[in-house]
Design a protein around this ligand. Structure first.
Ligand SMILES: [Zn+2]
Ligand SMILES: [Zn+2]
Length: 231
């Protein structure tokens, strides 16, 4: 039997939760003997993921599954490579799956398209709102993309927020409207997050938030119509 895993790759956030920082935060979550990866980063070689596993001396073969918060290339860029090298199944929401598996070309600012080649990856399981993936609950928060999801651990009150929210200078904000499939929908999806009891919020961009998440979220909800929906 393989040795028991006591650590998870990345910078330790708390017991069994690691963060691989970068332009996008990638998170690792220890579930039994397997590592669950939340998002993969830009790199088509999944460089930061591979390095983080090496640094913590966890074999990449311990990767049990890859959960994608949404289809944007900064979050799914390394998925094809990880699938090829580990066979770990990829899951994402059904509405983003066509962009991840390459059936539909992802809308992307032209400047990004010039620099980036998207490597499509087969999606093994399509997620829907309310699904459970191990202890993680899938919550559909559309608007940034049609199939944006967050992963919520009710027992530990951890929220892997993807791009449904981001942290900037201690505040919560939304990613820019120009990157959103439907910004009004992204604003209303915030209400789904207000119902959650969150002790630790782990965003796709910015720093984790461990205190007063609900106060910060209420503040964003109050500001959002002015900041995102007018003009
Ligand atoms: Zn995004
Ligand atoms: Zn992003």
């Amino acid at each position: 039997m393989a040795t028991a895993l006591t650590t998870t790759p990345g910078v330790r956030v708390e017991e069994g939760v690691g963060r691989i920082p970068g332009f996008v935060n990638i998170y690792t979550f220890l579930e039994g003997e397997r590592i669950v990866l939340i998002d993969t980063g830009f790199s088509p070689k999944a460089k930061s993921v591979v390095k983080a596993f090496q640094a913590s001396k966890v074999p990449l073969t311990r990767l049990g599954r890859v959960l994608l918060t949404h289809h944007h290339v900064d979050h799914m860029g390394g998925a094809a490579q990880l699938l090829q090298s580990t066979g770990a199944p990829i899951s994402c929401h059904a509405e983003d799956a066509p962009f991840v598996d390459g059936r539909v070309k992802a809308p992307m600012p032209r400047i990004m398209r010039l620099f980036m080649k998207v490597h499509p990856a087969a999606v093994a399981s399509m997620l829907s709102d309310g699904d459970l993936v191990g202890p993680l609950q899938v919550i559909h928060t559309p608007g940034h993309t049609p199939g944006e999801v967050v992963f919520y651990h009710p027992g530990r009150k951890i929220l892997f927020a993807g791009d449904s929210l981001r942290e900037q200078k201690g505040k919560l904000i939304l990613p820019a409207a120009r990157f959103a499939s439907n910004i009004a929908q992204a604003v209303s999806s915030l209400q789904r997050l207000q119902r959650l009891d969150v002790a630790l919020m782990l965003p796709g961009h910015g720093e984790p938030i461990g205190t007063d998440f609900s106060g910060l979220l209420d503040d964003l909800v109050r500001r959002a119509p002015d900041e995102y929906l007018r003009g």
